[in-house]
Design a protein around this ligand. Structure first.
Ligand SMILES: *Cc1c(COP(=O)(O)O)cnc(C)c1O
Length: 223
């Protein structure tokens, strides 16, 4: 299935009015679908799986900005360190250490978002509110010479209950505002919102949304 061009243009128009950046989430989708949007000017794409990302990056235009939005295992950082544009899901200091080490090896600075656990579900990764505050106040982030902390990322519960989502997104926005007081002017990105909840996320302060199925259709994991 080709990408939904009309939907893409409508979403882009909506996001531009709010100064929100679109990450087109292309996981499990073929290169042709990515090129459909690339040819319209979309440069930022999000992927969840390291091997898939590495393969796509090798095959597709070099000016694509690849966002890693999945759960990243430390032993796989080295594969994406040479080219990744922004890592959204940084959820432990062990991972920060490894990203920093690989960034030094590549002689580059890697931009990262710290993932905050806002959902009530156990399965979503991320720092909890207390540990993120502790980490930021400790000053330890300054030890990572080759990492630039650009902001926060969070995923709300898998729920259609707007009051639950509102509570979770508002919590993340509050943590973001508190953190930005203490961190440098690089700290500007709040990545929250997906196909089902991006409008709500934007109304609650998101400035980067990660949208997949609305653009590319439902994913089929069975292949
Ligand atoms: C898959 C994924 C998305 C996109 O989900 P859609 O519901 O298809 O928009 C966004 N963020 C993360 C972290 C994802 O894994």
């Amino acid at each position: 299935m080709p990408a939904n061009i009309e939907k893409y243009q409508a979403i882009l128009h909506e996001l531009n009015q709010h100064n929100v950046q679109l990450i087109a989430v292309s996981k499990t989708k073929p290169n042709e679908d990515i090129l459909d949007l690339y040819e319209l000017g979309q440069k930022a794409f999000g992927e969840n799986y390291v091997q898939e990302l590495v393969d796509k990056a090798a095959q597709l235009p070099k000016d694509i900005q690849w966002h890693f939005i999945g759960h990243l295992q430390s032993n796989k950082v080295k594969y994406i360190a040479p080219f990744v544009h922004l890592i959204h899901g940084v959820d432990s200091e062990k991972l920060l250490q490894e990203i920093n080490k690989q960034a030094i090896k590549q002689n580059r600075t890697i931009d990262c978002l710290l993932q905050v656990h806002i959902a009530t579900e156990e399965t979503k990764f991320g720092f909890d509110a207390d540990s993120i505050s502790e980490l930021i106040q400790s000053g330890r982030l300054a030890n990572y010479s080759n990492i630039r902390i650009k902001g926060l990322m969070g995923m709300a519960s898998f729920s259609e209950d707007t009051s639950i989502l509102t509570k979770e997104f508002s919590t993340l926005k509050q943590i973001f505002d508190q953190s930005s007081i203490q961190l440098s002017s690089d700290f500007t990105i709040l990545s929250m919102g997906m196909s089902s909840d991006y409008a709500l996320a934007i109304s609650l302060g998101s400035n980067m949304v990660r949208i997949g199925s609305l653009l590319f259709g439902a994913r089929n994991y069975s292949k």
